[in-house]
Ligand binder design. Sequence first.
Ligand code: SAM
Length: 354
Amino acid sequence: MTFLLLDKLETHKQLSFEEWRKLLSELDSPTFDEAQKRAQRLAQEHFGLAIYLRGIVEFTNYCRNECHYCGLQKSHRDLVRYRLSQEEILACCEKGHALGLRTFVLQGGEDPKLSDEWLCQLIRRLTQRFPDSAITLSLGERSQASYAALFAAGARRYLLRHETASHSLYRKLHSPKQSFFARLNCLYNLKALGYQTGVGMLIGPPGQTLEHLAQDFTFIQAFQPEMLGCGPFIPHQATVFAGEKPGSVRLTLYALSLCRLLLPELLLPATTALRTQKASGYLQGILHGCNVIMPNLTPLAAQKHYQLYDGKDATKTLEQSLEELKTEVASLGYHLTCDRGDHPRFVQNNEKRL
Ligand code: SAM
């Protein structure tokens, strides 16, 4: 059996749009298993058997946007909205830090009340309290001046999924007020400012074709992100996509393997959405080249209102989740690590086991 496109991808780290389309169409051929084996081997070559932890704090579910797939969209009027105070966020990180976490991801909807001043103060307080830890932001689109101020305050990583690299699909998934080009521009601004930058796409939202996914891979190849979040679309009952089919787990796993083959040093989470769709989602993700898991530090009372999609679990305490994760990854021979887990192009600390 020959795997010419996989060989070319591994050797040159570059495929044409047509080659990506062809490779993606091989989902149900032996190429799927071969990509999995190669992706797992590559992840181990670069990161050993360590799985990095990123503690996520979902600190606001207010959002000005209308992403048609997302349960936080502004027009979801029945949603109970919340915004954690700085003290509450610090307490979440304190708990995570005590349990060994050294990366905190502050995520939220595009909350109009999040001023630069408030965020910079929060970041400074976090970096003072946890000088050994990295602060990642995931707060959507902001101005270049805002990203610069947040960087100056101490944030070093930013996750902003591009969602789709197809302009036409982007238009179908978002309100007319949102701009595909503005989102891409934000990503280039983040990169230019020196952030470790994360992109990512939904797998299987309504209307997505293999051509759209081939556009995603062409974009990722050109952008060269440090991090990438890629999970299946899952419908939310309060959105216009309520009755739609969720994205395929198999296609998500295949896409994850291909991401690893394209960017061997990528920080690639096995996402909560993947876990929601398949109980063994984290393990499957690791087997397909993932090297990051993001336990949730948000208080359970708030977590239950951060429902991006149906079925997102908001019942486990952090201690429970970490214990379960430890056992799960150990069943594959892997271990969780407390290392900050910077991208190898950036500074790296010594690894410590959890
Ligand atoms: N507001 C920030 C932003 O726009 O990047 C971060 C928060 S946003 C809720 C986080 C991610 O959730 C999005 O990038 C999107 O890919 C994912 N998401 C939202 N709705 C989803 C759904 N129905 N199924 C799967 N993932 C979803």
